[in-house]
Ligand binder design. Structure first.
Ligand SMILES: Nc1nc2c(ncn2[C@@H]2O[C@H](COP(=O)(O)OP(=O)(O)OP(=O)(O)O)[C@@H](O)[C@H]2O)c(=O)[nH]1
Ligand SMILES: [Mg+2]
Length: 426
C-alpha cells in the first residue's frame, strides 16, 4: 500500500543540512537552518547537528556531491543520527541515493512541513487538504520501497517485473485518490464561496489576520476577542480558520478571522491544497498583517507574505500592518524605523495589549473611509432593514411617519443591501 502516514515519533535525532551556493549570504543560510530547526522541533525531532556544504550547483545524483555524501554518512554514525533533513528540496533520486549512502532516513523541508501539517490538521477539510498535498508530493516518489525489494531478491527471475507492476498499481491508486480528493475539495470550495456570499449580504466586514507563521496572529485574535485559539511557540500552530465577532470603538461590528500562517518557500503542493482556506483569507474586506518586529528578518518575511498574497490574487486588498511583539524588541529605533518605512503600520504587543486600542481605531477609520451619507425612506413593514442600517451604519436622524421611516445614515454603499431601493433622490 501507499505509505501516507509516515509519522515522526520521538525520540529521533536529526542532522540538518544546508547548501551554500554563493548566491546567498552566510546569514541567509544560517537563517534557513534556524527555521529548519524550528520546523524539526515542531515535528518532534531533536536536532543534534548542522552541516553546511558549499556547492555552486546541486549534484544531480546526491545534491551535495559524492564525497560530501560519504562525509555525511560518517557524521551520522558518530552522532547517532536517525534522520537527515535537507533545507532544500531534493529529487526522488537524490533522496534515494542519500539514504543509501548514509543508511538513515532522508527528508527534505517540504516533506517535513507536510508531516507537521498532517499532525496539526483537525477538521475534515484540513485533513483532506493535507492528504491531497502529501499524495501529490509522494506520487513522483513512489517506487523507492520497491526498488529495495527487487534488489534484495536480486537475480530472481521476474521479481523486478513484479516490483514495477506494484509501483504502477500504487501510482494508479494514488492518482485515483488525488482525483476524488480534488473533486471533494472543489465541493468545499464552492460551499465556502456560497457562505462568503451570504456573509456579504449581512454587510458585516471580514478582516483576515494573515502573516508569517509564529508572528502572533492567534495571540492577537485572542487578545481582541477573548477567543481561545491555540497560540504557541511552534510553527503552524493554526491550520483551521477561526472567525470571531468584535465590536469596534464606533460600535461597528466586524468579523476577525485567523488562519494558517505563511512561510518562506511555502511548498507548492500546500498552496494548491490549501487554496480554499487561503482564498477565504484573501477575499476579506480588509487584511491585517501581523509582523514579528523582534525577528531579525522582518523585511524578508514581509516580502514572503506579499508574494503569497500576489499568488492568491489578493495583493490589492486594503491592508493594515500590525508590528507585533514590541514588548520584546529592546531597540525603540528599530520599531520607529519599521513603522516609518511600512505604510499603514501600527506597533503593538498582542501579549501585553499595548496599542490594541490604536489598532482597532485604525481599522475603524479604514473601514469608514468608504462611507457616504444617504437619505432613505423605508416602509414600516421592513423593520429588518432599519435594524440593519443601525447595525452597519451611523444613523444621524430618524423620523417615524405613518407608513415609512425616514433616515439619514452614514454607511458604506455596499452595506446598504435591500435598502438601496429606498434611497431618496436629492
Ligand atoms: N513577547 C511576545 N510574544 C508574543 C506576542 N504575540 C505572540 N507572541 C508569542 O509568539 C508565539 C506565536 O504566537 P501565535 O499567536 O501562536 O502565532 P501565530 O501567528 O498564530 O502562529 P501559527 O498559527 O503557528 O502560524 C507564541 O509563543 C506567543 O506567545 C507579543 O506581542 N509579544
Ligand atoms: Mg496561529
Amino acid at each position: 500500500m501507499i505509505e501516507i502516514e509516515k509519522e515522526v515519533s520521538p525520540p529521533r535525532r536529526a542532522l540538518l543540512v544546508g547548501v551554500e551556493t554563493g548566491r546567498e549570504g552566510r546569514w541567509e543560510i544560517e537563517d534557513s537552518l534556524n527555521e529548519l530547526a524550528q520546523l524539526a522541533q515542531t515535528a518532534g525531532l531533536e536536532t543534534v547537528g548542522r552541516e553546511i556544504f558549499k556547492r555552486l550547483r546541486p549534484h544531480p545524483a546526491t545534491y551535495i556531491g559524492t564525497g560530501s555524501a560519504k562525509g555525511l554518512a560518517d557524521r551520522c554514525r558518530e552522532a547517532g543520527v536517525t534522520e537527515i533533513i535537507f533545507s532544500d528540496d531534493l529529487s526522488p533520486a537524490q533522496l534515494r541515493n542519500l539514504e543509501d549512502a548514509s543508511g538513515v532516513e532522508v527528508r527534505d523541508r517540504t516533506e517535513l512541513i507536510l508531516v507537521i501539517f498532517a499532525r496539526r490538521a483537525r477538521t475534515r477539510e484540513a485533513k483532506l487538504q493535507v492528504e491531497l498535498a502529501r499524495l501529490e508530493y509522494l506520487l513522483p516518489r513512489l517506487g523507492g520501497a520497491w526498488r529495495h525489494l527487487s534488489r534484495q531478491k536480486g537475480g530472481m527471475m521476474g521479481t523486478r517485473d513484479a516490483g514495477e507492476k506494484q509501483i504502477e498499481l500504487d501510482r494508479r491508486l494514488a492518482r485515483d485518490r488525488i482525483h476524488s480528493l480534488k473533486k471533494e475539495m472543489e465541493r468545499v470550495r464552492r460551499q465556502r464561496s456560497a457562505q462568503r456570499k451570504l456573509r456579504r449580504q449581512t454587510g458585516i466586514p471580514v478582516i483576515s489576520i494573515i502573516g508569517y507563521t509564529n508572528s502572533g496572529k492567534s495571540t492577537l485574535l485572542n487578545a481582541l476577542t477573548a477567543a481561545e485559539v491555540r497560540a504557541e511557540d511552534r510553527l503552524f500552530a493554526t491550520l483551521d480558520p477561526v472567525t470571531r465577532q468584535v465590536e469596534l470603538p464606533s460600535g461597528r461590528k466586524v468579523l476577525f478571522s485567523d488562519t494558517v500562517g505563511f512561510i518562506r518557500n511555502l511548498p507548492h503542493h500546500l498552496i494548491d491544497a490549501f487554496r480554499s482556506t487561503l482564498e477565504e483569507a484573501a477575499e476579506a474586506d480588509l487584511l491585517l498583517e501581523v509582523l514579528d518586529i523582534s525577528h531579525p528578518r522582518v523585511r524578508e518575511r514581509k516580502t514572503v507574505v506579499e508574494e503569497v498574497l500576489r499568488e492568491l490574487g489578493a495583493d490589492r486588498t486594503e491592508m493594515i500592518v500590525a508590528l507585533n511583539k514590541i514588548d520584546r524588541e529592546p531597540d525603540p529605533y528599530r520599531v520607529r524605523e519599521a513603522a516609518g518605512r511600512i505604510e499603514e503600520s501600527i506597533p503593538i504587543s498582542a501579549r501585553s495589549g499595548e496599542n490594541l486600542d490604536l489598532l482597532l481605531a485604525e481599522i475603524d477609520r479604514k473601514l469608514s473611509s468608504g462611507r457616504r451619507n444617504f437619505r432613505l425612506l423605508i416602509p414600516q413593514s421592513r423593520p429588518d432593514l432599519v435594524a440593519a442600517l443601525h447595525r452597519d451604519g451611523r444613523v444621524g436622524k430618524i423620523d417615524y411617519h405613518l407608513k415609512d421611516v425616514y433616515l439619514e445614515v452614514l454607511i458604506e454603499p455596499r452595506a446598504l443591501g435591500d435598502s438601496r431601493s429606498y434611497i431618496l433622490e436629492k
